[in-house]
Design a protein around this ligand. Structure first.
Ligand code: CP
Length: 309
């Protein structure tokens, strides 16, 4: 059966079917080849306009969406909180209505509040792509992580994937959990109990507070940064204690299988969640994640952009 894409917006991976996730990954496969050509551009979104609307800081996601839009021949405008009238008290809805009145086709939104992308999607005809909303979801990160695992391991089903760190405040963790469990991976979450409530078990994952117990059987480890910007109190005694108990140190990495992939969505706090040499070592696929992010975002823009009114 051929899966057809019928979504104007990409707000999260919780609501996507297995077929829809696979359609994005397969479409990304086709677009990845575009990046190896001399002329890295296709006319798929010629005549469409995309606004990169980033109310929170970003390096990877913003650059990746901008490049993806260029490669699809769309016209791109970047707006940040500091340079928009949000800084003068304009509401998100009014800003979005202004964009719509200018016949913008696609809005890529990063926002500090969970649900911001859905709020916008319900109020504008333009496609809305969630580029990370608070601690809710970061769907294109979940898709590019899944794509990278599938590319390197040739499958997702049956793999042991450990997601390690600040799970509670991580939108990346949630989007990874939704995509990977739907595709049949066994996901184990690891972190301090204050940042890993038992509630997460309802998402079909295993929980562990002992990293050394999980590392030897992992096919993939995905390290997460401590999201200080979202934390309102201290969740562990200090960075030294965190590294001792949950950091992927060189000593601890000896527990990993030689073919275990080391992943990190970035930005990395070197020497905290991961040793600096391991981040650059031969098991690390961190830069492959970045490269694949471009292909995945081209796929998402192409699929949603084709539906936009
Ligand atoms: N992984 C990620 O979302 O990175 P940025 O915050 O730099 O976009």
């Amino acid at each position: 059966m051929t899966t057809r894409w019928s979504r104007k917006d990409l707000l999260g991976l919780r609501e996507l079917s297995v077929d829809e996730i696979n359609l994005v990954l397969d479409t990304a496969d086709a677009f990845k080849q575009v990046g190896t050509r001399e002329i890295k551009k296709v006319p798929a979104l010629r005549g469409k306009t995309l606004v990169n609307f980033f109310v929170e800081p970003s390096t990877r996601t913003r650059t990746s969406f901008e490049l993806a839009a260029f490669r699809l021949s769309a016209d791109v405008i970047n707006i940040s909180a500091a340079t928009s009238s949000l800084s003068k008290g304009e509401t998100l809805k009014d800003t979005a209505k202004i964009l719509e009145a200018n016949h913008v086709d696609i809005i890529v939104l990063r926002h500090g509040s969970a649900g911001a992308a859905q709020f916008l999607a319900e109020r504008v005809r333009s496609s809305v792509i969630n580029a990370g909303d608070g601690a809710h979801e970061h769907p294109t990160q979940g898709l590019l992580d899944t794509y990278t695992i599938r590319e390197k391991k040739k499958r997702i089903e049956g793999l042991n994937v450990a997601i390690i760190g600040d799970i509670l405040f991580s939108r990346v963790a949630r989007s990874n959990i939704f995509a990977l469990t739907k595709l049949g991976a066994r996901v184990t979450l690891v972190g301090p109990s204050t940042l890993l409530p038992r509630d997460f078990e309802k998402l079909g994952v295993t929980i562990s507070y002992d990293i050394d117990e999980v590392l030897p059987t992992a096919d993939v480890v995905n390290l997460l940064r401590i999201q200080h910007e979202r934390q309102r109190k201290e969740y562990f005694p200090g960075i030294g204690e965190y590294i001792k108990l949950f950091g992927l140190t060189k000593e601890r990495a000896k527990l990993l299988k030689p073919d275990c992939l080391i992943m990190h969505p970035g930005p990395i706090n070197r020497g905290v969640e991961i040793d600096s040499e391991l981040a650059d070592g031969n098991q690390s696929v961190i830069l492959d994640q970045v490269t694949n992010g471009l292909a995945v975002r081209m796929a998402v823009l192409y699929l949603c952009g084709g539906i936009a009114a």
